[in-house]
Design a protein around this ligand. Structure first.
Ligand code: FAD
Ligand code: NAI
Length: 501
């Protein structure tokens, strides 16, 4: 009995201590302190974007070095890896967003966050023009500011290849509103199929979901839709659920080319069991209101009726990036994105004051969150060094202006030159690949993990638990971790919501 009492007390104390620590961290996050104001002596650093690259930079940036201005049409960071889970209601949309001010308000010097889209970057005059293109606008909604340093991290947009009907009829899977739109449309298809008197072929059409693109986005989304079907729709739409069909269309000979052969086979067999059809070597040629035109390996085109098409066919550059590239016709010749040097400086900019990272750049790395976030952290270190260089240069200038002569000047100049030399040595960016992970539905995930002894290719339920814990720990804040974990628990206990908002 005495032993049980001790265990009980230790448990109680541990629970109270953990609860107290949790409350303390959450409270600290909610109550940012007083910040230094912008300093006219400091240089202006403008950051375009609030995605993976920009947010990872902001997390690590020492804002005492600069007057920082963030410009992005979204006043939040979106945790894209969990977007497919939002599309079927496994997670609530707000759980994977982090308002940018939750980061910037904790910085030592205040950071201006402006919700606007940059419309022009002028490297010659070192200015950025931007406009508020949201629904509500004040008297001023368009302006231009000067920058000393610019970080260009605007990401990419969805590639349509100008295929007819894609923009008009397909749902994308890039932004939060895409996931919400997909969820609404899917529920609309279900309710229309449930309308009295609907013929069987029409029910089959309405409940046929075509996912275009066998990259990780298309695969994860198909897996999530399958889970929604098995875990929820079979209960709430028993008469319709057997009509629901998912087809994944991929132009290449196999899905997930970035994963090992073993994991591609595992994914294909898991999809087969889940009755998700994979059509490889098949191109989408057109999307119509109620059908999709496919061209198979035999070259023959056929029209397949469907209720909705989800377009996950990869990335292309934003207009802003294409315009910026066009300003350097001799140097910026890569059509995949902005060319940068080893320190992420945009090539061709003589002042060397534009840095670019993430999906808008053309590097030897894949356009992934992993790359963009490592680049962001690296850039924070580079900018620290750049601030030190600027401070030393300013000291040298001031010294020259003082009009000192003789040995004293020589000694001080030499010492400053030595310091400048030291802080000018910047290590080049080096990407460290932590592995590739993807959810494939049915509580299974695949992982290609690099180890010193070679790659580990693994798939299954244990990998799924690893996938969840990896994504949970990659979320940027305690708040988001808590929200996502509680959504997973809620979905496990109560299932997903099937109402259409
Ligand atoms: P983004 O994160 O896209 O950020 C770009 C920012 O620029 C946004 O804030 C945007 O609002 C802003 N912006 C846009 N236009 C303008 C403008 N005109 N002016 C100013 N700002 C602008 N990668 C992984 O490594 N692992 C994954 O599991 C993974 N899952 C993914 C799942 C999905 C559904 C998607 C779509 C992508 C996924 N990715 C994943 C890829 C990853 O999201 C991208 O590689 C990453 O977002 C790139 O970061 P970025 O900062 O370059 O761009
Ligand atoms: P992707 O570029 O990886 O895949 C798009 C696929 O669509 C390609 O395989 C392409 O062949 C196919 N396609 C293009 N046009 C087509 C057409 N007309 N008909 C049929 N198929 C067509 O794009 P995705 O999946 O959006 O990924 C973008 C980036 O984000 C990648 O770098 C990816 O690695 C990363 N990402 C990583 C994830 C992860 O690690 N879990 C999850 C999601 C994205």
């Amino acid at each position: 009995r005495g032993f049980l009492q001790v265990v009980g007390r230790v448990t109680l104390v541990s629970v109270l201590a953990a609860g107290g620590a949790f409350y303390y961290v959450a409270h600290k996050d909610r109550t940012p302190g007083v910040q230094l104001p912008h300093d006219p002596e400091k240089k202006t650093l403008v950051i375009l974007g609030s995605g993976w690259g920009a947010t990872s930079l902001l997390n690590k940036l020492d804002t005492t070095d600069y007057n920082v201005v963030v410009i992005s049409p979204k006043n939040y960071f979106l945790f894209t890896p969990l977007l497919p889970s939002v599309a079927v209601g496994t997670l609530s949309p707000r759980s994977i967003l982090q308002p940018t001010r939750y980061v910037t308000r904790h910085k030592a010097r205040s950071v201006a966050v402006i919700e606007a889209s940059a419309t022009e970057v002028d490297p010659e005059n070192q200015t950025v023009t931007f406009e508020d293109d949201s629904e509500v606008q004040g008297l001023v909604s368009h302006t231009t500011i000067k920058y000393d340093y610019l970080v260009y991290a605007v990401g990419a947009e969805t590639q349509t290849f100008n295929i007819p009907g894609v923009r008009e009829h397909a749902c994308f899977m890039k932004e939060l509103e895409d996931a919400e739109r997909m969820q609404r449309r899917f529920m609309d298809c279900l309710e229309s199929a449930a309308f009295p008197g609907q013929s069987d072929p029409e029910v089959d059409r309405l409940l046929h979901v075509v996912v275009v693109g066998g990259g990780p986005t298309g695969i994860e989304l198909s897996g999530e839709i399958h889970d929604f079907l098995e875990e929820d729709l079979r209960s709430w739409y028993p008469e319709l659920s057997q009509h629901i069909k998912i087809t994944l269309v991929e132009a290449l000979p196999s899905v997930l080319p970035m994963f090992s052969k073993k994991l591609i086979d595992y994914t294909e067999s898991t999809f087969k069991e889940a009755k998700i059809d994979i059509l490889t070597k098949t191109m989408v040629k057109e999307i119509k209101e109620k059908s999709v035109v496919l061209q198979g390996p035999d070259g023959v085109k056929r029209e397949v009726p469907c209720g909705m098409v989800i377009w996950a066919a990869g990335n292309t550059l934003r207009k802003l990036t294409k315009d910026l590239i066009a300003k350097f016709p001799n140097v910026q010749t890569n059509r995949r994105g902005l060319a940068v040097d080893d320190h992420l400086r945009m090539s061709g900019v003589s002042a060397g004051n534009i840095f670019a990272l993430g999906d808008c750049t053309a590097t030897s790395y894949a356009p992934t969150a992993q790359v963009a976030s490592q680049q962001g952290s690296y850039l924070a270190r580079v900018l620290r060094q750049v601030a030190k260089q600027d401070a030393i240069k300013a000291e040298i200038k001031a010294l020259e202006a003082e009009g000192l002569e003789g040995i004293e000047l020589d000694v001080r100049k030499k010492s400053l030159a030595k310091q400048l030399d030291k802080v000018s040595k910047l290590k080049p960016f080096q990407y460290s690949h932590q592995g590739s992970l993807a959810y494939i539905g049915n509580e299974k995930a695949i992982a290609d993990l690099p180890f010193s002894s070679g790659n580990l290719a693994t798939g299954g339920v244990a990998t799924f638990l690893f996938w969840r814990s990896a994504y949970l720990s990659n979320l940027f804040s305690l708040r988001n971790r808590t929200l996502v974990a509680s959504d997973w628990l809620k979905t496990k206990i109560f299932g997903r919501d099937v109402s259409r908002d």
